[in-house]
Design a protein around this ligand. Sequence first.
Ligand code: PLP
Length: 402
Amino acid sequence: MHISKLASELGDSATLALNAEAARLRENGEAVIHLGGGEPASPAPEAAAQAGIAKLQTGRVKYTPVSGTKKMKEAVIRYTQRHYGKTPLLSEVLVSGGAKQALYNFLLSAVDPGDEVIFPAPYWVSYPDMVRLCGGVPVIVQPPKGSFEPKAADLKAAATAKTRAIILNSPNNPSGEVYSQELVREMAEFCAERRIYLVQDDIYHQLVFFDDSPVSCYDFAKDHSHLVVINGVSKLYGMTGFRIGWSIAEKSLTAAMNRVQGQTTSCPSDLSQECAQAALDGDQSCVAELRKSLLENRDALLAELKNLKKLKVAPPKGTFYCLADFSAYEPDSSKLCKYLLEKALVVTVPGREFGMEGHLRLSYCGKKEDIIEGARRIYWALEDSAPRTIKIGAKTAERMLK
Ligand SMILES: Cc1ncc(COP(=O)(O)O)c(C=O)c1O
């Protein structure tokens, strides 16, 4: 049967293929370590779980307004006041089925066929295909060599008459980089002047290790009509499966996004909105605890990676990802990824997926002992100075000598 050109042209996800291979190995009883994950291991906050139970007990889980319940939108407004010092209007808030849907709502509302959307590498793996699915053309700007922060001048130089939006994701997936105030300021000002949307994908915004107040585009623009801030409960509250995100954008853009959402999913889940609202309004100690455990995991990972003498790694400033330069061991990241899975049973994600060949993304959102074990296996598989044999599960594995 026919498959559309659009769907056929979507890139096959190397990540999904790796996950499938890891699952197959696990089913065969192999001791696989997963350093490829994208969600915190922590459970949803107790308040969210209780709110869900109470909602289910009413037996009334129905359609909500397209843009979300008033209760949830008011919780988003309070959240925005607390963390951004801005009070959006109800008409500027749109609750969606995850930050991903919020981004789709935006792209479908702002991008005409052939329009360009700029974002820097390394980028979230989904951006290029999301832009293409909406008829747009992704324009990728590389940072200077050895850096994860793009130059404002390079982003500006990439803008043309067809540019509709620039997306900044900081703290950044996959690098853990937090962009400087100067970059955010320059881009907020440039986008205001050129009437280009500046999309701030803030899904990791509280997951910053040494500064509780990450940079916000709101601080640098008097007029907010070109600013779109995307957020959600997935990463901060360990609520990936609830699928709740939101956007804050000017009223007429939000109205357009609302029309798009109305004709795609009708509304976000009533049950999940109830849970997400309870997470936003409830005890926030879970976020501080998550940050603390992620910092411990990050430091444990970095300590182990020090043994890899040819590895270049910058300590991530936030998120739960580390993008390390393995090119001195193997420049082809997909090949290296495959080798590490076969040889050491460790799942990593090739940097090529994020526009940064030669690197591997290592996630540290799992258990600390697994992170340490995974890094030790990578050391054993790649470094000549490592012991020749290692225990992997019940087996003793031997490294080939070069
Ligand atoms: C940068 C970035 N933006 C958006 C998302 C999507 O988040 P959600 O689960 O809310 O759809 C992710 C998820 O991995 C992400 O890494």
